[in-house]
Design a protein around this ligand. Structure first.
Ligand code: IMO
Ligand code: MG
Length: 373
């Protein structure tokens, strides 16, 4: 069964951690949107890895391949660096990387433009918006067009490591026979269509990105939305449940909430159920995965926003949202069978109409627990 792992909030929900853990049961892990603005963190045997462009494959499993789809915008220098690093850790793994020739490239000037133009959004300055703008205005350069450009050297270097540059049509049959995991980047609230515009990224972060990337021949059956048991956001824009002052600083430290891509301190807040429900409804999420329960363990009460004065039905509703909170009893330890944890999860299920299938209580694979009930 093909599945998708999407960010249900503002990114950094733990998509990489979950994808890495589940990838051993899949033949392909596919990135379909965004670019090096993503920072997907994985801990393997105590060592930290961050992928910006490569899918979060568990490279120890020899059978899983990685695909970078047509909907992405790719900084080829950055990808080359990631491939080189991967080769050091897992020699030969690059032979399992496929890059769609229809993906667009991020040029050095796109990163410069980002810095000049998008500070008010809090962009990651990875050139994402300007690269998509070039694409939409039909001036963009695709990976397959690089043959006669300065960028061709990067393709040669990656090709020497075994990376393949392909047309989706040529791998489609092989994909149809396998099991696919689509790994989203960013999150629903950063989606260009359904996010809190204009404080968004520039790609399709929802299920829509899988279809526009050309993968309709192998759609996901279940769409997992990942969210933390609290909320974080990097960059500008409305954040109704934000925690300010000492309490916020304290949670930021406990959760190690600093950007994997830019190192910026993340804004932190309580779980926002109206926003999560909105995200599930607009992006086709069928199931939820909740992360970072270890971080809130030991609190007497955990505040959760259960409604706004006005039910949010559009991105603009979040601009003026007045959150109302309930205080749910805290859990002493993040583990199966804990009553308070179970009640917290039931509250989320009730608010969203989605079952929680996994929870995570730490950074390693062993900390991801299947959840029933
Ligand atoms: P992952 O995949 C968190 C945010 C930026 C900024 C806005 C626009 O790790 O979840 P952009 O560079 O895309 O033009 O920035 O989106 N942003 C992210 N925040 N996680 C991400 O990716 C993000 N990618 C972009 O901080 O507010
Ligand atoms: Mg991230």
């Amino acid at each position: 069964m093909n599945i998708a792992i999407l960010g249900a909030m503002w990114g950094d929900e733990g998509k990489g951690h979950i994808t890495h853990h589940l990838s051993k049961d899949y033949d392909w892990v596919i990135r379909f949107n965004g670019g090096a603005n993503a920072g997907h963190t994985i801990y393997r045997d105590g060592k930290k890895y961050v992928h910006n462009l490569l899918p979060s494959v568990d490279w120890r499993n020899q059978n899983t391949k990685a695909y970078l789809g047509a909907g992405m915008v790719i900084d080829l220098e950055k990808l080359r660096d990631e491939v080189y690093t991967l080769e050091k850790d897992f020699p030969g793994a690059s032979k399992r990387i496929y890059v769609d020739k229809s993906a667009f490239v991020v040029l050095p000037e796109h990163k410069e433009e980002d810095k000049k133009e998008n500070a008010h959004i809090g962009s990651t300055n990875r050139g994402i918006g300007p690269a998509y703008r070039a694409k939409i205005s039909r001036r963009g350069i695709r990976v397959g067009d690089c043959v006669n450009s300065d960028l061709f050297g990067y393709l040669i270097q990656m090709g020497n490591c075994g990376v393949r540059f392909v047309d989706l049509l040529n791998v489609r049959d092989e994909m149809t026979r396998g099991k696919l995991l689509y790994e989203g980047a960013q999150g629903v609230l950063l989606d260009i269509n359904h996010g809190i515009y204009p404080f968004v990224s520039c790609s399709d972060c929802t299920i829509g990105g899988i279809y526009s990337g050309g993968f309709h021949f192998a759609p996901p059956k279940r769409i997992y939305g990942v969210a933390k048991c609290y909320t974080t956001k990097v960059g500008e824009g409305p954040f109704p449940t934000e925690i300010h002052g000492e309490e916020g600083n304290d949670l930021r430290k406990r959760g190690n909430e600093y950007g994997a891509t830019t190192g910026r301190p993340r804004r932190v807040g309580w779980l926002d159920l109206p926003a999560l429900n909105y995200a599930c409804k607009v992006s086709g999420i069928t199931d939820l995965i909740l992360t970072k329960f270890d971080i809130l363990a030991g609190m007497e009460n955990v505040p959760v926003c259960n409604k706004y004065e006005k039910v949010p039905t559009s991105p603009s509703d979040f601009m003026s949202a007045e959150p109302e909170y309930v205080k749910l009893p805290g859990w002493a330890k993040a583990e199966k069978g804990n009553k308070e944890l179970t009640d917290f999860i039931r509250t989320v299920q009730k608010a969203t109409g989605c079952y929680v299938n996994y929870i995570s209580t730490g950074t390693e694979s062993k900390d991801i627990l299947p959840w029933y009930g």
